[in-house]
Design a protein around this ligand. Structure first.
Ligand SMILES: Cc1cc2nc3c(=O)[nH]c(=O)nc-3n(C[C@H](O)[C@H](O)[C@H](O)COP(=O)(O)O)c2cc1C
Ligand code: SF4
Length: 435
């Protein structure tokens, strides 16, 4: 079982200097940008990204070239905004890319900006990422000094610069429209859509928002060619993704793998299996927002394929964070901890999320602390369905402005689906109610 290192190649090959200009230049940094600008065909960049099948690595998996194509053709200025907020619990891949290969990101931003004809890009960096911020800003200065950024890049006539903005610790500012509000100096609350950012984004101008890993992949697509990149992966999940594996595995960490690998190969092959050879109780496969899987053969043998896991199990690969919990873990306690996070991070703009997340947290608190009532599980499901109608076995419908509300009750749907009997028995015992 091996990784397929494309986006993470330099940081593994050059552990001593992968983040420096010298380290980058010595391993092919900015050569693709040079070639792209020399060719002078912005439409071809869009086309190669389209052929590659690249889908966003920030969570929703939206096709990148399609997102770029939504920009109205004659409306300028337009902006590229890079989402480096990485607040999804257990996701730690963008941080690694920022800290260990900022020049790769800068090259990706510049090529993408060229493709969409934008001359000013913004990077919104999670406030806590002190080292990432420091290395990124240093790298931008160094790149500017070499003519890879700024006016008339490499003599091509193309101008592009990057502004870095630090977040202030709010998870919701990773949601793209809240991020734009925050960039504009407003309180970070999601916008009602339409209009979508491609039409009216930052400063009411056409805007593309892309994730760090998404943009870091772009130079490699241009180097390999879109069709060649699309040969990697499976179905509509092309290429590689970095999975942040955490929890009770022997070797937690970031693994870049070809999509289509099974959960089993990722967790037992690359991540070294489960500590003390215990069994897996459950897996949260796509960041805290996702519904859960178990350690069953059916789930472990499933491919890392965004559409397959969604259609077959109703879960998402999301931000590529796989949390593993062994049989010693109480799923209700984990659900409570997640609910507490979402209740705290709800921005309060819409009622079902603002009110509902607080109630879900309170009920899960008492359930996980021996104070639950037999009816509490159904109560939770009912509150959850008011935030996310269709929570249990029905099509997804969103009553909230952004997906944070529905994400907050993924844990409720999951404990009801996989641990209902166990939880009900425990609630009856806690309440002293015996059949
Ligand atoms: C509550 C919430 C938090 C999010 N946080 C992030 C984040 O930290 N980083 C990120 O790239 N995308 C995040 N997203 C997804 C973004 O809204 C957006 O879809 C993404 O940045 C688009 O980039 P991509 O198409 O390259 O994936 C979040 C979404 C929601 C609803
Ligand atoms: S769903 Fe929650 S976080 Fe999203 S806009 Fe509504 S209140 Fe804010």
């Amino acid at each position: 079982m091996t990784e397929t290192r494309i986006v993470t190649k330099r940081l593994h090959d050059r552990v001593d200097d992968s983040w420096t200009l010298d380290g980058s230049l010595a391993s092919g940094g900015y050569e693709v940008l040079r070639a792209v600008l020399a060719r002078g065909d912005a439409a071809d960049v869009q086309n190669q990204v389209k052929l590659s099948g690249l889908r966003g690595r920030g969570g929703a998996g939206f096709p990148t070239a399609q997102k770029w194509s939504f920009l109205p053709p004659d409306s300028f200025p337009r902006y590229l905004v890079v989402n480096a907020d990485e607040g999804e619990p257990s996701t730690f891949k963008d941080r690694m890319l920022l800290e260990l290969d900022p020049h790769q990101l800068i090259e990706g931003i510049t090529i993408a900006s060229y493709a969409v004809q934008c001359s000013l890009a913004f990077v919104y960096v999670r406030g806590e990422f002190a080292l990432g911020y420091e290395r990124l800003t240093r790298a931008i200065d160094d790149a500017r000094g070499q003519g890879f950024l700024g006016r008339n890049i490499l003599g091509s006539g193309f101008d592009c610069d990057i502004v870095v903005h630090r977040g202030a610790g709010a998870y919701i500012c990773g949601e793209e429209t809240a991020l734009l509000e925050s960039l504009e100096g407003e309180r970070g609350m999601p916008r009602i859509r339409p209009p979508f950012p491609a039409i009216e984004g930052l400063y009411a101008k056409p805007t593309v928002v892309n994730n760090v890993e998404t943009l870091s992949t772009v130079p490699h697509i241009m180097q390999m060619g879109g069709e060649e990149y699309a040969k990697l992966g499976v179905n509509r999940s092309t290429g590689t993704r970095i999975f942040s594996v955490s929890g009770h595995v022997n070797k937690p960490g970031n693994y870049e793998v070809e999509l289509g690998m099974s959960f089993r190969d990722l967790l037992y092959g690359l991540a070294g299996g489960i500590r003390a050879d215990r069994k897996i109780k459950f897996i949260i496969p796509g960041g805290a927002s996702s519904q859960w899987l178990t350690g069953s053969d059916e789930h472990l043998d499933a491919p890392l394929d965004m559409d397959f896991v969604q259609q077959t199990f109703g879960v998402m690969l999301g931000s590529g964070a796989v949390m593993v919990f062994d049989e010693t873990v109480d799923p209700v306690l984990v659900a409570w901890r997640l609910a507490k996070f979402f209740a705290h991070e709800s921005c309060g703009k819409c009622t079902p999320c603002r009110e509902g997340t607080g109630w879900v947290e309170k009920v899960l608190y008492r359930m996980s602390h021996g104070l639950g009532r037999p009816q509490d599980l159904d109560l939770l499901v009912s509150v959850g369905a008011n935030i996310s109608p269709g929570l249990v076995n029905a099509p997804f419908v969103q009553t909230t402005i952004c997906p944070l509300g529905p994400s907050a009750v993924s844990c409720v749907a999951s404990i009801n689906k996989f641990f209902r009997d166990e939880v009900l028995e425990r609630l009856r015992n806690d309440a002293g109610v015996h059949a």
